[in-house]
Design a protein around this ligand. Structure first.
Ligand code: CMC
Length: 392
């Protein structure tokens, strides 16, 4: 079978060619379709970035309006689907419910499944972007025993997401423009990140010609792990633990450096970024502003900043090139907005939908794609004869 390269964790193996996202990990550069992430975060909106990632170009005003209207029109979910989501225990982890919901979605839309028909894939794209918003808002509400709220088609994607998540049925709801803007930015920052664990999972599952929903449900599950998207929830747990143990970041950092009980500084380090994660730089600025505006500046932010300060000046972190990643400060913003820690990773997933969709579409349309099928290095027993159970 020729020469096999052993590369655990794919440290050095490219599995595809891609035109979607560019990262220079040494310089801390991130671009979607060539556009620098800071420009998009500053000037664009989440749906516009979704269109850019999926279709390759920024939309004209007409195209963006049509795309937004189409996504809005599909925001409602069938009653049976709502009932299905309602059957999970209220304290179920929302990532498990979210993956199940995305997986179940196409059973209600069997007309959206053909992976080789452009129009059908575009329908599935719009359905996923639209329903993911409804699903995420309901994930929050069902935890408190509250009903799913219906969409208001006249509002924007993020604006109506916040209304559907936090308002009372039939009550007028004014969103705070600072909050809308901050969440829009966060979703943009999470929208794609080339071949990370969840995205390569989406491509791998899709390479068997499994449908877009099945592939993305697998991506949601991959994202749930604490080394990946689950890190944002773990960061908050870590900060709270430090606070409850008397608020001594230096003592915690000693545990990390001594690798006591495998403790890691969550929200730090990255496989590709060996310089500051450019997303983290934007999030940190935003965290400061949002917490100040909402009057929710709390001690956890101080603890986080102290941890960062220690890390940036400590040989352990410097020599390993460990810097804050996108997950380090996001939880503090989500918490100030009113989300429980269990909701942080679903919010990451909501933001990542455009990236997963774009990457799956690029994969399915690339004639060079082959079914994902890694090789292995076998290190088990050599051949031996079966021994009858009585003789073992
Ligand atoms: N705290 C303490 N030590 C660390 C950390 C950390 N967060 N991250 C890496 N190290 C150490 C690690 O122990 C190893 O040291 P040594 O050579 O002495 O054994 C060295 O740095 C290299 O680490 P690695 O595990 O080989 O690096 P990796 O590229 O396989 O892992 C990572 C990358 C992100 C999984 C890892 O840095 C990590 O576990 N970070 C904490 C979890 C986290 O924040 N994840 C979010 C990633 S960014 C957004 C996302 O994907 O969701």
């Amino acid at each position: 079978s020729g020469h096999i390269t052993y590369d655990p964790g794919f440290m050095n193996t490219a599995v595809c060619e891609s035109k979607i996202t560019y990262i220079d990990g040494d310089q801390g550069i991130l671009r979607y379709r060539g556009y620098p992430i800071d420009q998009l975060a500053e000037k664009s909106t989440f749906l516009e970035v979704a269109y850019l990632l999926i279709h390759g170009e920024l939309p004209s005003k007409t195209d963006l309006d049509a795309f937004s209207a189409r996504v809005n029109r599909h925001t409602l979910v069938p009653e049976g689907f709502r009932t299905f989501m309602g059957t999970f225990p209220v304290n179920a982890h929302p990532m498990a419910v979210m993956a199940s919901a995305i997986n179940a979605l196409p059973t209600f839309y069997p007309e959206s499944l053909n992976p080789f028909d452009e129009e059908t894939v575009e329908l599935a794209t719009v359905l996923i972007l639209a329903k993911a918003r409804t699903i995420t808002s309901y994930l929050h509400r069902r935890r408190n025993g509250e009903p799913l709220l219906y969409p208001d088609y006249s509002r924007g994607y993020v604006d109506d997401f916040l209304r559907m998540t936090f308002s009372e049925p039939y009550q007028a709801y004014e969103t705070d423009p600072v909050v809308v803007d901050a969440l829009d930015k966060l979703l943009i920052l999470h929208a794609d990140h080339e071949q990370n664990c969840s995205t390569s999972t989406v491509r791998m599952v899709g390479s068997s010609h499994a449908n877009l929903y099945a592939s993305i449900a697998a991506g949601v599950n991959a994202l749930s792990g604490p080394l990946h998207g689950g890190a944002n929830e773990s960061v908050l747990a870590m900060l709270r633990r430090i606070q409850s143990e008397g608020g001594d970041p230096a003592a915690f950092m000693n545990k990390v450096k001594n690798k006591e009980d495998g403790v890691r500084l969550m929200g730090f380090g990255h496989r590709v970024y060996k310089n500051y994660d450019p997303r983290a730089a934007i999030v940190k600025k935003s965290a400061d502003a949002v917490l100040e505006t909402l009057g929710k500046r709390d001690q956890l932010l101080d603890i986080a900043m102290e941890l960062e300060e220690i890390a940036l000046n400590d040989e352990y972190f410097i020599s390993r090139k460990l810097y804050p990643n996108v997950d380090f400060y996001t939880g503090l913003i989500y918490q100030a907005m009113g989300f429980d820690p269990e909701m942080f990773t679903p919010l990451f997933a909501l933001g990542r939908m455009p990236g997963w969709i774009a990457q799956w579409r690029e994969m399915i349309n690339d004639p060079k794609t082959k079914i994902g099928r890694p090789r292995q290095v076998y290190i088990g027993e050599v051949e031996r004869d079966y021994v009858d159970v009585a003789a073992r």
